[in-house]
Design a protein around this ligand. Structure first.
Ligand code: SAH
Length: 344
């Protein structure tokens, strides 16, 4: 018998499961508490459930738990980078960062990625599969267990495109924010997308409270299409329109990611074009990141970060340079998983 993935059920789905097993509905909420609040790793730990029910659970369901394959701890700032492995042998990266205001976790949403951004290491080995709600939660639960630190905010900014795994990500967010689950307000969650326009609109209509980060990296269609293939499907005008819609529906300011690459997108003309593009969606925030250098590309970090930032702020666009954490364990996002692929 193929066992069912119990951590991927929302509370109402778990109620249907429990009823179908001939148990009373309230057992679902007890079980859900054991799974998501107490984080049991074996059904036998459910002290207040009948033995016969526990046996049934053991034969028909499993509790997903990723294995720690590698763990790198920064000596500079305590950032921890995990390489996790799921039951089918696929792997992903998860990064725990500690800031003054608390611990933030960056999780992956897919194994590999289809989006093909030219500067990104995650996409180079192609796409394997979506991560399930249990595997998204598992990255948080296992990190909290292993590190002893509590995750206070979450960013969906690891490997993969979250809006290309919409159903699983939405189920995950429902479980994550549920009262009997981790009970994390979605106001403490940021979702980063390369710009899948119809999904941004759908997300806006759902009014979840999530912060939306949009990976922009270039301000004109010509420049953006050259480094981000998604721009050929949804151009910058459509993207900015969707961002305006998101802000109008939710009242949440959009955060734009902009990786500065030497000689590609760090010149004053690009800054001017960026100001022009973003004016209609202001107030917003621009996160400037000196590009992480990856092996496959000749892209180099820009030396004009301060100058570029000043051009934006002088024109009334709120912009900051992202602080680098875990510099000594950095290996640009996606490289740890890929290195481990070649070792396998
Ligand atoms: N697919 C989503 C989330 C994953 S990528 C997205 O595109 O937003 C997470 C962030 O890292 C994105 O802003 C992405 O553009 C950025 N990124 C990818 N490779 C990078 C690199 N080499 N240097 C700097 N930022 C990079």
């Amino acid at each position: 018998m193929i066992k069912k993935d119990i951590l991927s059920f929302t509370l109402s789905e778990l109620e249907s499961e429990v009823l179908s097993l001939g148990e009373k509905k309230f057992r679902a909420s007890q079980l859900y508490g054991w799974l998501h609040e107490k984080r049991i790793t074996a059904f036998a730990e459910c002290a207040n459930l009948p033995k016969t029910f526990i046996e049934r659970l053991e034969t028909e369901y499993f509790i997903m738990r990723p294995k720690v394959i590698r763990k790198l701890v920064s000596k500079i700032d305590g950032t921890i980078k995990y390489l996790y492995e799921f039951p089918d042998g696929e792997r992903c990266e998860t990064v725990l960062m500690s800031y003054k205001h608390g611990n933030s976790l960056c999780i992956s949403t897919q194994v590999g990625c289809k989006m093909g951004c030219s500067f990104c290491a995650s996409t180079k080995a192609g796409f394997v599969r979506d991560l399930l709600p249990s595997e998204l939660l598992g990255q948080i639960y296992e990190t909290e267990r292993d590190s002893g630190r509590k995750v206070e905010s979450l960013v969906l900014m690891g490997i993969g495109e979250p809006l290309d795994n919409f159903g699983n990500v939405m189920t995950f967010l429902e479980i994550l924010s549920s009262e009997k689950g981790k009970n994390l307000s979605l106001r403490h969650v940021s979702l980063s997308t390369c710009g899948i326009v119809p999904r941004i609109r759908e997300l806006a209509d759902m009014k979840t409270g999530l912060t939306l980060s949009v990976s922009l990296h270039a301000p004109t269609d010509e420049k953006r299409s050259a480094i981000m293939p998604i721009n050929k499907r949804y151009n910058t005008a459509e993207l900015i329109d969707a961002c305006r819609y998101y802000f109008a529906q939710t009242g949440r300011r959009i955060s734009f990611e902009f990786a500065l690459i030497d000689g590609v997108n760090d010149d004053p003309q690009t800054a001017k074009e960026l100001v022009r593009l973003l004016k209609p969606v202001s107030p917003c925030h621009v996160n400037l990141i000196p590009v992480n250098e990856i092996r496959e590309r000749e892209y180099r970090k820009s030396g004009r970060v301060r100058e570029f930032t000043k051009l934006l702020t002088d024109s009334g666009i709120n912009a900051t340079v992202r602080r680098t954490l875990g510099a000594d364990i950095s290996a640009a996002c996606g490289q740890l998983r890929r290195d481990s692929l070649s070792e396998k």
